[in-house]
Write a protein that binds this ligand. Structure first.
Ligand code: G1P
Length: 337
């Protein structure tokens, strides 16, 4: 089995953070989002990972080669043009078709392990695929599935009138990979003008062809696609790591109060400040005379005489003065009275 991670998108809902780096490299707790996905993949026996790249692809390949190539073999595939999730999976046909596939979306963090999901899939018995689902309040914002006697009977992408309260959660375990690729080819051929090809529609096509698709329930699912959900994921992952006694502070603060859980990377200088709870700071950042909570701060940042909450600060930014809630991109300078 191989894993496939679509990570080509621009992440427009996370601007300005994604103006200078791809969404999958945004920091959550102590590492970039895609690092959490790969650490979770280590719970499985999977060793080959197909990564679909597009926007700022070099940054992703560099990060993965540097941090994960001792454990995984990466197959990088470029998606150009970018025509939706179905198309992202389709472009890796050559690399993916000959083995079962675990597709995991690049902007989700699960506390539940992928191995646990694979076990649930195995319990489903003979089927062409199992799709991770979760009951949600607003299924119209997701891919939506209808089930009868444990089998999926229908799937619709973001329906106006939902079929059920079950949302597709972004984990797909595909046994019959050749059939999935046949279905993707078919939807691309049938609708050449749409501009966006949905994986959900290809899965529906498999059902139309009498394939058996099952579901499994996912828990503890965090979509990191927007500022507030990214900050929420940061809060929860920090808490989880803190509860598991994972070392999160690698720099020694001076005359400061640290309220856990926080993650402070190497070579940071923290002085006369109150940091936490739920603050994540990347390497080589300097924080002086400030109070910071529920905030993610990049590397080589300077923060002075300020008070930040619910804030994202990009790499190499300078923030001085008294802002309260910000979303500061890389290389920005903010000075307030
Ligand atoms: C994608 C899928 C959708 C799924 C969702 C999970 O949508 O197309 O079926 O429910 O991920 O987050 P997107 O978030 O790319 O709009």
């Amino acid at each position: 089995m191989r894993a496939l991670i679509p990570a080509a998108g621009r992440g427009t809902r996370l601007r300005p953070q994604t103006n200078t780096k791809p969404k999958s490299l945004l920091r959550v707790a102590d590492k970039p989002l895609i690092g959490h996905i790969l650490d979770n993949l280590k719970t499985t026996k999977i060793q080959e990972v197909i990564v679909i790249l597009g926007y700022m692809k070099e940054q992703i390949t560099e990060y993965l080669q540097k941090n994960y190539s001792d454990h995984f073999k990466f197959l990088f595939v470029e998606q150009e043009p970018r025509l939706g999730l179905g198309h992202a999976v389709y472009v890796a046909k050559e690399q993916a078709i000959d083995q079962p596939l675990l597709i995991v979306l690049g902007d989700m963090i699960f506390l539940q392990t992928y191995e646990d999901m694979l076990q649930k899939h195995r319990k489903n018995g003979e089927c062409a695929a199992s799709i991770g689902v979760k009951e949600v309040d607003q299924p119209q914002h997701y891919g939506n599935v209808k089930i009868k006697n444990g089998d999926i009977t229908q799937l619709v992408e973001k329906p106006t009138i939902p079929l059920s309260n079950l949302a597709i959660s972004g984990v797909y375990i595909i046994n019959d990979t050749p059939l999935l690729y046949k279905a993707l080819e078919k939807i691309i051929e049938e609708e050449p003008q749409t501009g966006e090809y949905q994986l959900t529609d290809a899965l529906q096509k498999m059902i139309d062809w009498k394939a058996r698709l099952k579901t499994f329930k996912v828990e503890q699912w965090y979509d990191c696609g927007r500022k507030d959900t990214l900050l929420e994921a940061n809060r929860i992952i920090l808490q989880e790591k803190h509860n598991n006694h994972i070392k999160l502070t690698h720099s020694k603060p001076i005359n400061s109060i640290i309220i856990p859980p926080v993650a402070i990377a190497e070579e940071c200088q923290i002085e006369n400040s109150v940091i936490g709870p739920h603050v994540s700071v990347a390497e080589c950042t300097k924080i002086k005379n400030s109070i910071i909570k529920n905030t993610i701060i990049g590397s080589h940042v300077q923060i002075e005489n300020t008070n930040l909450t619910n804030t994202l600060v990009g790499d190499e930014a300078i923030v001085k003065g008294t802002p309260l809630e910000l979303n500061v991109g890389d290389h920005a300078t903010i000075q307030m009275k």
